[in-house]
Ligand binder design. Sequence first.
Ligand SMILES: Cc1cc2nc3c(=O)[nH]c(=O)nc-3n(C[C@H](O)[C@H](O)[C@H](O)COP(=O)(O)OP(=O)(O)OC[C@H]3O[C@@H](n4cnc5c(N)ncnc54)[C@H](O)[C@@H]3O)c2cc1C
Length: 342
Amino acid sequence: MTATFVDIRQARTSLAVQSGQTILDAALAAGIPYPHGCRSGRCGSCKSRLIEGEVNLLPHSRFALTDQEKAGGLILACRALPQTDAAVAWLGSDDEEVQPPRRLDGRVTYLGDLTHDIKLVRITPEDGAPLLFAAGQYAQVGFQGVPARSYSMANRSGDDGLEFHIRRVPGGLTSEQVHGTLKFGDRVTLEFPLGSSSLRQHHAGPILCIAGGSGLAPIQSIVETALALGMKQPIHVYFGARSERDLYLVEHFQALGRQHPNLAFVPVLSAAQSARYRSGFVTQAVAEDLSDLDGWKAYVAGPPPMVDAAMAMALALGLRQEDLHADVFFTPEELPTPVAVA
Ligand SMILES: Cc1cc2nc3c(=O)[nH]c(=O)nc-3n(C[C@H](O)[C@H](O)[C@H](O)COP(=O)(O)OP(=O)(O)OC[C@H]3O[C@@H](n4cnc5c(N)ncnc54)[C@H](O)[C@@H]3O)c2cc1C
């Protein structure tokens, strides 16, 4: 296997990137805290400047990287396969503090049902060190005997455990095991914290959060952290689910809304009529309620079709691209024809 060398400016490191490996994968494997989110070309968190060299870009969303940005020398590190030795710099315009990722061993200390197909799993590390992360980040969680997968923290930084909402994907190797045989006391490995789709604490404008299914996990962490920090701007949370049995934490968020008048929580059911909740796609509900998102921050988490639709809707309503932070809950897989960028 041949390798190219990529100079990552902020890390002051020249990295060997194997043929077929993306710059982001090589950087993360080397322990470099490269900003990233979805790792599948959808969110734009790993947008970088190509300073020297040539890369092929795997397919990506046009919302994550426009043709104009590409022509201007920008790439997505998660989609970039170097074709020559190269140099890149991530854009990283936000000045939030980043915790370097580390590996931890832990045990399952709580396991309970949130819905018929989403479990709350609490993992407590064995070394007892404080668990610091930015709200909205995720961990690579290794349960025994199945591949490690990404799960977003649902609780707040500084707690002595990490809480995850894990939805059962039918036929899924890891999530089926979590729902089938995982039990209290089981050993777990964690690589943590990861991802850049996290709460921007210095933003003073209104906040829009859109969650689909277990995408409520990072949104819970973001909202509870914002409220605990005393952020007073309007925070609108839209929670999309198929039917009432797929909703969870509704009373919890409603109670938070009574304590914090700046918080509005709106469940929306896509496949059922209900006397209590709104019906339709969550993106339609947002577009009905809000007309201009210029100056807002948006945090979006959930399955790919919902995230793609939410990003398109938010940008059409005037949200600035740099104010959009998305987490796509999917195992990156599709890798058709790459496109050359020099
Ligand atoms: C940054 C990030 C954060 C994430 N956070 C969470 C979280 O907080 N909670 C959570 O439940 N999941 C989350 N996920 C998704 C999670 O990492 C796994 O992809 C998911 O649990 C399925 O893994 P599996 O091993 O069970 O399925 P696999 O064995 O990987 O997949 C089995 C089949 O299901 C398909 N598939 C995989 N994932 C999904 C999906 N999400 N929806 C529909 N089909 C799918 C695959 O393409 C494959 O065909 C996150 C993913 C990312 C990238």
